[in-house]
Design a protein around this ligand. Structure first.
Ligand SMILES: O=C(O)CCC(=O)C(=O)O
Length: 313
């Protein structure tokens, strides 16, 4: 009897992602030709947890005309920034039985620009990506090139952003599958970013596992060592690498392919994000607005608990 109940729960969970996608997850992320009003933004995108790509949303930002690698060098070249350095471009990624965080270097922005422009070499792959409002804290001289928030989003959400982050990296720098508890307005100022998004309803097919945390250390000779973070507890990480996606369980499900990609974007994913590769030297800023911990969040937690309890993923 208990086994029959477990089978039934697992069957429901397996069928759930496809049912949700059929009901309201479009295969491609829709484009808007202009920024929405706060009301439309909230009603059509935030409330139903739908990502969108908004064209012509940043036209009035001086950054859109100004920001290039030479401009960043002139405006902030001597400023030290935190740079994530990895051997292969994957920060916060699963490697074997470890969850590995990048080595963090403080480097003048000009060093990163030298590498991006091919004037110098640095071991590993560089990514300026510290997600603690690194734009105002590390590069305040760039702030006058953009707005401090996205007014129609702030009005829709009834709050100001918690963090404004600056992203600049090599093409090989890829952000791994993860989920943030934020509404994310991601603004690509120069270059291209590809986001692959999973709706939260895909949870039954997205495996979370416990991994020992470790950090890359960059040695004097320029090689990388993986060092365990002994003081840290094991971390629960979702991991869906290319190999796992090919795995039979996911293949059978037929639903784990991410739903879309967004090359140049401004919109709230409200969703799990898959790998995020960008073009070489892509310059982006994103605004994180704290999300509402409403009934949708609780339903997601229930889905998460049922998925774990039934041993599905
Ligand atoms: O641009 C990236 O590499 C990742 C962006 C991201 O993870 C985020 O906006 O939360």
């Amino acid at each position: 009897m208990a086994e029959a109940a477990l089978d039934a729960v697992q069957r429901e969970l397996r069928e759930f992602p496809a049912a949700v996608r059929e009901l309201n997850v479009p295969l491609a992320v829709p484009y808007l030709d202009q920024p929405p009003t706060p009301l439309h933004f909230y009603r059509d995108w935030v409330c139903p947890n739908r990502p969108c790509i908004i064209r012509r949303a940043l036209q009035h930002w001086p950054a859109l005309q100004k920001w290039s690698l030479p401009y960043l060098r002139a405006a902030a070249g001597s400023t030290e920034v935190s740079v994530a350095v990895t051997p292969d471009g994957y920060a916060d990624a699963v490697r074997g039985d470890r969850f590995v965080m990048p080595a963090e270097r403080r480097l003048p922005l000009s060093c990163v620009l030298d590498v991006l422009e091919g004037r110098a070499q640095h071991p590993g792959v560089l990514y300026v990506q510290k997600q603690c409002s690194n734009l105002p804290t590390e590069l305040p001289q760039l702030l006058s090139d953009l707005e401090p928030h996205v007014p129609w989003a702030s009005e829709a959400l009834g709050k100001m952003p918690d963090a404004v982050n600056f992203w600049l990296g090599e093409a090989a720098a890829v952000t791994s599958l993860h989920k943030d508890h934020y509404e994310n307005l991601y603004c690509v100022v120069s270059g291209e970013k590809h986001f692959l998004l999973h709706p939260p309803s895909d949870r039954p097919f997205i495996p979370y596992e416990m991994y020992t945390p470790a950090t890359y250390q960059l040695t004097e000779e320029g090689s990388f060592k993986m060092v365990d973070e002994e003081a840290m507890e094991k971390v629960c990480v979702l991991f869906l690498g290319p190999r796992e996606r090919e795995g039979s369980r996911h293949k059978r499900a037929g639903v784990v392919a991410p739903c879309s990609e967004k090359p140049r974007s401004l919109g709230p994913p409200s969703a799990e994000q898959d790998r995020v590769p960008g073009s070489h030297g892509c310059i982006a800023v994103n605004f994180w607005y704290d999300m509402e911990y409403d009934l949708k969040y609780s339903y997601f937690q229930l889905l998460d608990s049922l998925t774990k309890a039934s041993g599905l993923a």
